[in-house]
Design a protein around this ligand. Sequence first.
Ligand code: PEP
Ligand code: MG
Length: 882
Amino acid sequence: MKKYVYMFAEGNAGMKNLLGGKGSNLAEMTRLGLPVPQGFTITTEACNEYYDAGGVLTAEMEEQIFKSMAEMEILTGKVFGDLKNPLLVSVRSGARASMPGMMDTVLNLGLNDEVVEVLAKETGNPRFAYDSYRRFITMFGDVVMEIDKEHFDAAMDEIKERSGALSDNDLDSDDMKEITKTFLKIYEEIQGEPFPQDPKEQLISSITAVFRSWNNFRAVYYRRMHNIPGSWGTAVNVQEMVYGNLGETSGTGVAFSRNPATGENKLYGEYLMNAQGEDVVAGIRTPVPISHLHEQMPEIYNEFQNIADRLEHHYGDMQDLEFTIEKGKLFILQTRSGKRTAMAALQVAVDMVAEGIAGKEEALSRIDPNSLDALLHPAFKPEALAKADVIATGLPASPGAAAGEIAFTAEEAFAAHEAGKKVLLVRTETSPEDIQGMNVSEGILTSRGGMTSHAAVVARGMGTPCITGSTASQIDEKTKTLTIKGKAYTSGDWISIDGTTGNVYAGQIETQPAEISDNFATIMQWSDDIRQLGIRTNADTPTDAEKARELGAEGIGLCRTEHMFFGEDRIFAFRQMIVARNEVDRRKALAKILPVQQDDFENIYRSMDGLPVTIRLLDPPLHEFLPTNEKEIIELAAELAMTHEALKGIITELHETNPMLGHRGCRLAISYPEIAEMQTEAILRAAIVVKREGVKVFPEIMVPLVSEVKELTFLKKVILDTAERIFKDAGERVEFEVGTMIEIPRACITADAIAKEADFFSFGTNDLTQMGYGLSRDDAGQILTAYYKEGIFEFDPTSHIDRDGVGVLMEMATGKARKTKPQMHLGICGEHGGDPVSIEFCHLLGFDYVSCSPFRVPIARLSAAQAEIAYPNKDKKILVGS
Ligand code: PEP
Ligand code: MG
């Protein structure tokens, strides 16, 4: 019989795929002999089979679950549903990848009308017993039966108001009894049947609900954001309850082994005495810093510190722990590697290597390359900041500066973002339902909650600046007003926040680029020492090229020459060239373009002194450069000194049904070789000029959109003939190469033939993906919405190189190219060149380099090192289709 359920003692940290992150770590801690409440884990495979079976637990699963319950009863000496010594459990999700708050949890399971009385007697604390029962009814109603929580919250508020209680803590045992009664009534009214009294029924329904929550909206959305496949499924953990709300010697909290915002090596977290875990996370009461525990319960604090240290050493990484103190005894409920800001990630990595907890490779592997982006995020300009007034403060939950127009709900934020606005989400507290709105916001401000509240944790994960617990910010979500010191701000008003200091400002403060720390330099140096891939950049202007070099680029992998003409002052000559109807007019326009291009190339070569520069011949999908509305057409006609009708006629003539498959790429230069001649001239003349200044220059001329080797043969001749003319004219030569983009499926299939004519290949995975899938780069959005809905795609298939399809084409082309020319250099210049998962694939294919936008260069450096660490035998392993 297949094993669907593992007792904690049967698992270990290596079983993450089967037991989920939480389950495997609980098992590992159990093995280490740490104080973990007993329990068992139902596997991710069971989750998948639950779905295969149409959303039910199979008889085999149920049998194993009850068998494990019986084992738990022996281990704990308590009995499920017993009226003497009842066992109460929690039922919690736990996927392979951490998905904080995205799925559902049920606590205090096993309570019913009779057991609650036993619990009241046993603990001598009826208030606690009924508080636990009413929480259970709410969670069971909400999670399992999908009863809107509002119903329970409203009833609770009513009773609080009636008894004059300010917070839940002011309610006494009679109040709690009354609340429980009311909740049971609400449940029965809405559900049409009484609250289930059989603990076994409660258990099976709750496990089912947690499996079901794997596919709730927020979990699916979170997975799409983080590219987590739905096929992983979630595990479910059933664990004995321990209580932090049993009085003043009980408490609960969450703590990181180091500071997750800065990386400082000091316990960092919060706790609340006489509270349940959800109170801390949900921001209902404001928790106390963990350092206070040192004074309040020094022994417990020391024990906790020792456990945190031990786990750090054991896992070689900073830990994020959940704990409960039940009547003076410490329990660890969870450990996982702690989410941290980019700044903290670097600090922790550098410190852990220095402390001998982790080796360089291990430390590097733990840094999320995408998080480096946050380090390169803007801060406020000091001059602008000096003029700004702090109107409120809060906890610095996630660093970085942000300014935006206020939105009070996730929906409002999303709509404003769609309308092209910069949004700042302002909420009393956030909940997982807000995920979509949080994702599109520049920053997040909440009036409640601590450093580990939902808003804080999620914002840090996203690299979005965030301030929590800003109590001076009074937020009324109903009337959509934020009141600070008597002044009201409403939707659309600008505010600015600094997530590093916790300061809130009125208005829009200008920002400036981030400064790079010593730790950053250290991590980059370690990455460079390890990686095998070269890192180039896609840069079209001298400014971009300089920025990229500063960030570590080792050359330019793609200079899109048409992008040099986006500027107002240049577009004219370019448009003139496009609309020219004969060679004479075209050459006239090209003659205007030549000096502008040559000048840009000179500056690019200077900033890339000593490094290769790949310049691509014109590849303008023409429609991107022509005016579309009547007003612009009239203006352009006047500029070009032609009649409106004549220009309209040309535009109509140039109109293509499929411009992306139309007159672009090398096709343009084949129709009009003078374009390739002019560009070759600009490229080589610029090279000669800077060479004379002493700059070391290595131009690589790249032909785009080749699908047939003869296209390249033709243009190569144009390029080489032009080169000879220029060299003769200048009385000097420069070394250069001629290569091609590989971005059409047919080019991959015929790569052996194309390689004969090319000095290098650069994979254009934007077009290759577009044409591989037959999915338009410009119009995919709408299609994807339907595909997500139907579950055909879980996330944007273009976000990583598709190893099963497009990747196979790339592997084929690589193999064929290397067969023709073993030493031929290969790279990638599509957007995937800056995506960690795709960079790993390029490493596996044995590419020479990846090329990405300037700000992604550090991400690429680290990703390339991580790829080498994970797959050091790059020449032996090609993982297509995995
Ligand atoms: C590509 O197609 O991947 C590429 C780099 O070219 P472009 O995006 O300019 O079409
Ligand atoms: Mg392309």
